[in-house]
Write a protein that binds this ligand. Structure first.
Ligand SMILES: C=C1C[C@]23C[C@H]1CC[C@H]2[C@@]12CCC[C@@](C)(C(=O)O1)[C@H]2[C@@H]3C(=O)O
Ligand SMILES: O=C(O)CCC(=O)C(=O)O
Ligand SMILES: [Fe+2]
Length: 372
């Protein structure tokens, strides 16, 4: 690019316009979504489970029917103190073995997490007619609705969600025409804190992997590139259910981006899958955040880090809330596996936006489509 520039005639002024793709644009052309794949049920008014949500009456595996994949309560995922002098290698090891860990002594204030949780509760407490005012539009990615993975399963999930990318005023002002500011402010601050924690952990993992280049978007926080990185905040609600053994809160999936940072309330439900261990519950630890490896870190680590498969089961007595923050490189960044010879790459290089589209259309088959 530079050499081309230099060969321009000296008297000619030229402009280079760099067009950066945003994450919401990347999701815009997803074709398969129909309205009935977006609108959640009014769960609170239900006394029985409709057939559409009954995973028991299907060939699908329910949490209680998975005998060969029974829930394993004898193990737990690593719990790491970020102020531990060995934090970097503990995090690296956890990424290699489990692909997920809990983090304490991160510097996200508990009061901020509580305020964000409070606003999340205020949102899902609204009457259905109000929540539908912020319904996600068919081609869109933000707003209220069912999880994006819904069309890939023959039964619906016991779930309602709200997706935020950047400022949330658009949908928030539809939910609360005159009282949207507290929601917008806390979600903005929460995303800011999550982003700097995600950057810090990504840097630590790069140190652990001894990577010094290949992540220019990380080098200068506050730069245009850092600002353009792919992020989203997903608020999840798993309402109470008359018979939780028949339903699925969130079907088994892997997350698409590099890292996910999750806050869960004290209600159990999240489970992670590990070969040889089965489904392992992630017990809520007050103040801890759950971090998990997504597909892009799996690719970048050349398969060394498992992109952990996870699901959510529904609690018999209490509604469960969670907030998941997704973090990845900018959509135009090209992700290439990092390895030392004689190792060879397991995946071909892929642009973030192309992988996002592959995943949106093929779900868990996306990875095998770029495997070498
Ligand atoms: C930035 C993201 C990350 C998304 C898509 C988009 C907005 C919502 C996220 C989730 C949240 C619920 C699980 C998931 C699997 C889903 O269906 O929607 C996630 C997905 C992904 O990790 O791919
Ligand atoms: O609610 C949870 O604990 C997990 C949510 C999740 O996996 C997601 O939003 O991708
Ligand atoms: Fe997830």
């Amino acid at each position: 690019m530079l050499s081309n520039l230099c060969s321009f005639p000296q008297n000619q002024i030229s402009y280079i316009i760099v067009i950066m793709t945003t994450l919401s644009q990347t999701y815009l052309d997803h074709p398969l979504i129909h309205h009935h794949h977006i609108v959640p049920l009014d769960f609170d008014s239900l006394r029985t489970i409709p057939d559409s949500h009954d995973w028991f009456n299907s060939s699908l595996e329910t949490p209680s029917s998975s005998s060969h994949h029974h829930t394993n309560v004898n193990v737990s995922i690593p719990l790491i103190d970020l102020t531990d002098p060995n934090a970097i290698s503990l995090i690296g090891n956890a990424c290699e073995t489990w692909g997920v860990f809990q983090l304490i002594n991160h510097d996200v204030p508990v009061s901020l997490i509580e305020r964000a949780e409070g606003e999340t509760r205020r949102l899902f407490d609204l009457p259905m007619t109000r929540k539908l005012k912020a319904l996600r539009a068919p081609g869109d990615v933000t707003g209220y609705g069912l999880p994006r993975i819904t069309p890939f399963f023959s039964k619906y999930m016991w779930h309602e969600g709200f997706t935020i990318m950047g400022p949330s005023i658009g949908h928030a002002s539809q939910l609360w025409p005159s009282n949207y500011q507290p929601f917008c402010d806390v979600m903005e601050e929460y995303q800011r804190k999550m982003k700097s924690l995600a950057e810090q952990i990504t840097r630590s993992i790069f140190n652990y992997l001894k990577i010094s280049d290949g992540a220019n978007w990380l080098h200068s926080a506050g730069s245009t590139e850092a600002a353009a990185c792919s992020t989203a905040l997903q608020l999840n609600c798993y309402p109470r259910c008359p018979d939780p053994t028949r339903v699925m809160g969130l079907a088994p999936h892997t997350d698409t981006f590099l890292l996910t940072i999750l806050h869960q309330t004290r209600t159990c439900g999240l489970q992670v899958f590990r070969d040889g261990f089965g489904w392992v519950p992630v017990a809520p630890v007050p103040g801890a955040l759950v971090l998990n490896v997504g597909d892009l870190f799996h690719i970048l680590s050349n398969g060394r880090f498992p992109n952990v498969l996870h699901r959510v089961v529904v609690d018999p007595t209490r509604r469960r809330l969670s907030m998941a923050y997704f973090y990845g490189p900018p959509p135009d960044f090209c992700v290439s596996p990092l390895y030392d010879p004689p190792e060879s790459p397991c995946y071909r290089s892929v642009m973030v936006k192309d992988y996002v589209r592959l995943k949106a259309k093929n779900l868990e088959n996306a990875l095998s489509m770029i495997r070498l």
